[in-house]
Ligand binder design. Structure first.
Ligand code: ZN
Ligand code: CU
Length: 494
């Protein structure tokens, strides 16, 4: 009515981004033109009317906002709602609740630290997240380790029938409220104490809701293939779509084996399975150090590959390689590791460990079902793994531009539509009229990560602007603080 009466003013678009090469998320070649935004949606693609806000794209690439499918940002969304370390990479959405650790139920210190918890379920968690005004959208999963801790503590045994039913109830409720699925971290305590059958039982409610079983599989080294086979079996038994987190072959002796592991995934898919994967573009992993070592039999080779990211007990070790500390002090690697993993705050010591082959990263990135997930641990006090700040620009700069691993539109597809389709981010991940206006404008000739292992908290170069739900969240290297991200429910309202 108002439109008809007053003509143009009501119809004036909010933003027009002109002179861009559009990588629309489909993987198809660039289209040159303009993109128009009205409210939180894309209102035209190709040409744009005069808008309240005009942005000259200067021939840069405009793509859908990147989706970080593997994050541990469950607590960070509340502690650092500006999420600068993600936004600066061009990420407009994150998937939380990975590796079996989630903010729901709020029972997991591993992910929430000493954070005050006001919620009991996904609805409550999402209310808290929405109140904090996050700068990015969030899709959540419920984690096995968290559910098991809540119901059974750290018990090293199979659950009783009643315990299994309680765990199943928690997964069921989370799926009803809109998680995208159920995640496991089967190398971590207490998840590693579970038999396959327990995981199958807990994956069933996820399958019933059409969700995704997302796993940090039981072994990423010597027993990689067996671990992939276990995932395939869980998917088949529960009738569930599956996703392999941070696919890798860990340890020098296993380098190169990702190719055969991917063959197994392809074979399972050809036989009716539905399996996707993600990878981070670095040769080092990172996580809670005590989880990787047995205090009674310390793996020296792994110890030699470790650099300390964060350590409350021995802050002087932050940023240091254990081999250097050993050379300096004469203390053995085994003794240093033992000290760290038996100290009072051992659960809070995060290590970085150099265990991955460069060539395997490229093999992974080439696979058509491979998404990108940072696996960044948002502990900003120490020296986090640089993937927290650099993952997406590193794929675009190092692997696409410098090494030619794939074409840019294909990389964008893997970071956008593939991820949105998999994790149920409805109407996102493509530049189409009517889709949500989650966008990133970047200079493909210069985009690159700048965060390093020694200086990890550096924002990347080449990201010109980021738009989240139609609002400019980052512009000319400046975070606007608009906080326009939203909690998203799996294949439901958003
Ligand atoms: Zn993991
Ligand atoms: Cu992880």
């Amino acid at each position: 009515m108002a439109d008809a009466e007053y003509g143009r003013p009501m119809m004036t678009p909010d933003i027009a981004i002109r002179h861009v090469r559009i990588a629309d998320g489909s993987g198809g070649s660039f289209v040159e033109g303009d993109v128009e935004i009205k409210g939180d949606r894309i209102s035209a693609v190709g040409s744009a009317r005069a808008a309240r806000r005009e942005i000259d794209g200067q021939g840069q690439v405009l793509s859908p906002g990147f989706v970080d499918v593997h994050t541990h940002d469950d607590g960070a969304l509340l502690a650092y709602p500006g999420m600068e370390f993600k936004l600066a990479q061009g990420c407009t959405s994150v998937v939380v609740g990975n590796c079996g650790s989630s903010a729901i139920p709020p029972a997991d210190d591993a992910i929430l630290g000493s954070m005050n918890r006001t919620w009991s379920d996904l609805d409550g968690y999402f209310e808290a997240v929405a109140r904090s005004g996050p700068s990015v959208n969030v899709m959540a999963q419920i984690g096995h380790n968290t559910v098991r801790r809540a119901v059974m503590g750290m018990e090293r045994r199979a659950p009783t029938r009643a315990e299994l039913a309680s765990m199943r109830g928690l997964v069921e409720m989370a799926m009803e409220q809109g998680t995208s699925g159920f995640s496991t971290g089967l190398i971590y305590q207490p998840g590693r104490y579970s038999e396959t059958e327990e995981v199958v039982e807990l994956t069933r409610p996820c399958a019933e809701h059409g969700g995704v079983y997302n796993s940090h599989i039981r072994n990423e080294g010597e027993l990689l293939f067996e671990a992939v086979d276990e995932l395939v079996h869980i998917g088949a038994e529960a009738g569930c779509s599956c996703h392999i987190s941070h696919h890798k072959a860990a340890g020098r002796a296993n380098w190169g084996r990702v190719a055969e592991s991917l063959d197994r995934v392809d074979a399972a898919n050809a036989a009716g399975g539905d399996i996707t994967l993600d990878v981070y573009p670095y040769t080092a992993g990172s996580g809670p150090m005590y989880q990787y070592f047995d205090p009674s039999d310390i793996d020296r080779t792994l110890g030699e590959a470790v650099q300390i990211a964060a350590c409350v007990d021995f802050p002087e070790l932050e940023g240091r390689r254990l081999v250097d500390v050993a050379a300096e002090t004469g203390e053995t690697i085994e003794s240093i590791v033992h000290r760290i993993i038996t100290a009072p705050h051992k659960e809070r010591t995060i290590c970085v460990h150099f265990i991955i082959d460069e060539a395997d990263i490229e093999t992974n990135l080439r696979h058509p079902l491979m998404m990108v997930g940072s696996d960044g641990i948002p502990n900003l006090k120490g020296r986090p793994h640089p993937r927290l700040f650099g993952t997406f620009p590193r794929v675009l700069g190092r692997y696409v531009r410098e090494r030619g691993v794939m074409e840019l539109p294909e990389a964008v597809r893997k970071m956008t539509s593939l991820a949105c389709d998999r994790f149920g981010l409805v109407d996102r991940g493509r530049i189409v009229e009517g889709g949500f206006a989650d966008l990133v404008l970047f200079d493909d000739a210069n985009v690159i990560d700048t965060a390093t292992y020694d200086d990890p908290k550096r924002e990347p170069d080449g990201i010109a602007a980021v738009i989240v739900n139609g609002e400019l969240a980052l512009e000319a290297g400046r975070h606007t603080g608009v906080g326009s991200g939203r909690p998203l429910r799996y294949r439901r309202d958003d």
